[in-house]
Ligand binder design. Structure first.
Ligand code: ATP
Ligand code: MG
Length: 170
């Protein structure tokens, strides 16, 4: 049974936990029979959650980023983001929960105009729960959201030289 009224979430800020929070929400939703679609922008490396997703029914995980993404924008990143938005515009009609992971970063990098995402939020089907993640959430998006959470960086092991760990950070 889909939700009667879906709401909009934003997870932003510099601390760890944005993608993890969105995935946690999907775990809860799947348990209640909601169909979830998780579209990951920007990133293109295999993450543990993709492996898990492939084993679950009603959980569609799509990555649209480039494998070697290094925070420098190249031509390819534009069409990949465009592709991601096209998929989002279709999947929003087919699922109960839609996550647009790292979409805030894609907007920040000007890969996607903020107006296009605003239009998607405003035009979402009534029952769809929509989750947008990533640092640098734009004011226009924050204003439209019902839940807005900023993950604040207090400590991160990266700053003592510990890189992302398989199974924990990706
Ligand atoms: P996670 O996927 O672990 O929930 P996130 O979505 O909040 O993290 P991103 O901005 O997507 O974080 O960052 C991607 C990777 O960088 C993750 O592996 C995360 O652990 C790590 N990370 C998160 N915050 C920081 C930070 N402040 N400095 C350095 N690395 C970070
Ligand atoms: Mg993330």
């Amino acid at each position: 049974m889909p939700l009667e009224k879906g709401l909009v979430h934003v997870y932003t800020g510099n601390g760890k936990g944005k993608t993890s929070a969105a995935l946690g929400l999907c775990m809860r939703a799947l348990g209640r029979g909601l169909r979830c679609c998780f579209i990951q922008f920007i990133k293109g490396v295999v993450a543990g959650e993709m492996i898990t997703a492939s084993k679950l029914s009603n959980f569609c995980f799509i990555q649209t980023g480039r494998p070697g993404y290094d925070f420098k924008v190249i031509e390819e990143d534009y069409w990949r983001a465009e592709e991601g938005m096209k998929i989002a515009e279709e999947k929003i009609k087919e699922f109960d929960v839609l996550v647009l992971d790292e979409i805030n970063v894609a907007i920040h990098l000007k890969l996607i105009p903020v107006e296009r995402v605003v239009k998607l939020i405003k035009g979402k089907p009534e029952h769809v729960e929509l989750i947008l993640t990533g640092r640098y959430a734009r004011r226009e998006i924050v204003e439209l959201a019902d839940y807005v959470t900023e993950l604040k960086l207090i400590k991160h092991p990266y700053y003592k030289g510990i890189n992302g760990r398989k199974g924990i950070d990706f």
